[in-house]
Structure formats: structure tokens, C-alpha cells
Unconditional design. Structure first.
Length: 117
């Protein structure tokens, strides 16, 4: 995973894990790799991973079982809500970037229509 300088690393790790969950790469109730394994794999400090997982646990996306590890939630409503939030966020970024490039609403509709064919 390549990290960008514009956002904290723990946030980028959260976003990546969240996308893996939403896309099904990580399944509901699946155990995620240990903090140490994630830190080694991503070449970051263990504290960075712990901070990312702590935020994900607070949001309900992960469930911590003492002595067993962290598991993906099986709350389908929560997963659907997070998916919708991600879609809305990506949509907002896209529209903002297109407006910054001077793309009109009509042009944007044409671009999207052509792209979706």
C-alpha cells in the first residue's frame, strides 16, 4: 500500500480495510490479520495499526474479541450504510473535481452516459 502525504496514515489504513470489507475481500465475521502482521505487511508502526483498528471498532465495523483478535462485523445494515457513505463521498469528490476543471452539468451527464455504456 502506498501512502499519500495529505492524510494521516492510520486514516488511509482505515479506508483501505473498509474498502476490503465493503468489496467482500474481507467477509463478515472474518478474522483480520493481527496488529503485528498488519504493521509488518504495511511497514508501519504497531501503534498506527492500533489507532486505525480502534477507530474501526468504535464505528462498529470491527469487533474485538479479547484473546482472539479483531473480526469484521456481520451487521448488514451497518455495512450497507458504510457502502452508501463511501459512494456519496466518492461522488462528491468526483463532481468537485469536474467542476474545478470547468466541466458543465450537461458535459458531465454526457461523460457519465458514455462511460456507462
Amino acid at each position: 500500500m502506498k501512502f499519500k502525504d495529505d492524510r494521516p496514515i492510520y486514516v488511509q489504513i482505515q479506508e483501505d480495510l473498509c474498502r476490503q470489507i465493503i468489496t467482500g475481500k474481507l467477509k463478515p465475521s472474518q478474522k483480520i490479520p493481527s496488529v503485528r502482521n498488519l504493521a509488518a505487511h504495511l511497514m508501519v508502526n504497531v501503534n498506527t495499526i492500533q489507532k486505525a483498528l480502534k477507530h474501526m471498532t468504535r464505528s462498529g465495523l470491527l469487533i474485538t474479541k479479547r484473546g482472539e483478535g479483531n473480526f469484521v462485523t456481520n451487521d448488514k445494515k451497518l455495512l450497507e450504510k458504510i457502502k452508501k457513505d463511501i459512494i456519496k463521498s466518492e461522488q462528491s469528490k468526483f463532481v468537485h473535481n469536474m467542476k474545478a476543471l470547468g466541466v458543465s452539468t450537461i458535459q458531465l451527464n454526457l461523460i457519465l452516459t458514455e462511460h456507462l455504456k
